[in-house]
Design a protein around this ligand. Structure first.
Ligand code: GDP
Ligand code: MG
Length: 298
């Protein structure tokens, strides 16, 4: 068998488990996941290599109706991605009863792009068999998917089948990345995402999606010294700032502690993390600021 290499994008509504799937396939936590939608903001590449193939997965922020400039940039990024890939993985959530108009919008985009696609019905650990069969029938009626595969990204169920199905769709070609290279996203960017993940996790619905994280200093520790990271957390209102700080700094302390633990797992060494909370009104509609943050950069 010739070596195969190709780009595959993972699309689907927010919260269906795209990032969980990518982490499970790679066996490492590189994409952030969250019980709340829209934690993945920019496209990120995750690379799965063996002697026989190299699959370059592109995790997209999810296609949904844009509510502001950040939403628009996220939707544009997803559309652009579709035009440049060899295959598409469409993910839906088995626990959702209906095939929503948002899903139809995605299959429409796939149709327009004309790419071979595989549909994954995720979270089968959480539904009954009958529901699943219904879901498969619905999907088959919506689009001519090459395969429809029920999986559980969380429980690592069905993922071998996914990989086999994807490899079948890839063109022959040499590897583009070193085999031990698993993502094109820097530790610095992943660290920012991890901090944002903890903010979303702990502040629940009190702070809406209006938080951005900017790493202002990232000094890698040499010879066993800790890595030093300073990060700004931007929020839209003074009231959000007080929630993120918490009573006597309890909340920011918890966010910092848990983020630091995850970043340490990633770097494999000690990390000093300093967080600074700042209010920047309406930052989500400020195009220049968003570009500085790396949104819609290409
Ligand atoms: P994304 O927005 O599509 O990237 O979704 P995430 O990967 O962030 O996952 C959203 C939520 O669904 C998280 O709480 C995950 O733990 C959960 N989730 C993902 N995959 C599964 C699965 O196979 N089974 C169950 N029960 N939950 C899952
Ligand atoms: Mg995600």
């Amino acid at each position: 068998m010739e070596h195969k290499t190709g780009f595959v994008t993972v699309v689907g509504r927010p919260n269906v488990g795209k990032s969980t799937l990518i982490n499970a396939l790679l066996g490492e936590k590189i994409a952030i996941t969250s019980p709340r939608p829209q934690t993945t903001r920019t496209n990120m590449r995750a690379i799965l290599s063996t002697d026989d193939y190299q699959i370059i997965f592109i995790d997209t922020p999810g296609i949904c109706a844009p509510k502001n400039k950040l939403g628009e940039m996220m939707a544009d990024a997803a559309k652009k991605t579709l035009s440049g890939v060899d295959a598409v993985i469409y993910v839906c959530d088995a626990t959702d009863r209906t095939f929503l108009s948002a899903d139809r919008k995605i299959t429409e985009l796939i149709r327009q792009a004309g790419k071979p696609s595989i549909a994954l019905i995720n979270k089968i650990d959480a539904v009954a068999k009958e529901v699943l069969l219904e879901r498969i029938a619905t999907l088959a009626g919506e689009y001519d998917f090459k395969e429809i595969i029920p999986i559980s990204a969380l429980e690592n169920d069905g993922l071998d089948i996914v990989v086999d199905a994807v490899v079948k769709l890839l063109p022959e070609g040499p590897e583009l990345y070193d085999k031990d290279y698993i993502t094109d996203t820097s530790v610095r960017d992943i660290a920012a995402d991890i901090i944002r993940e903890k903010i979303l996790l702990f502040t629940k619905d009190e702070v809406p999606h209006g938080t951005g994280v900017e790493i202002v200093q990232f000094i890698e520790g040499e010879n066993g010294a800790p890595t030093h990271i300073d990060a700004n957390i931007f929020c839209e209102k003074e009231s959000h700032k007080s929630i993120i700080l918490g009573k006597d700094g309890a909340m920011i302390g918890k966010i910092g502690k848990r983020a630091r633990e995850d970043i340490q797992k990633l770097t494999g060494g000690r990390v000093n993390l300093n967080l600074f909370v700042k209010v920047r009104e309406n930052w989500r509609n400020n195009g220049g600021f968003l570009r500085d943050q790396g949104f819609g950069a290409d």
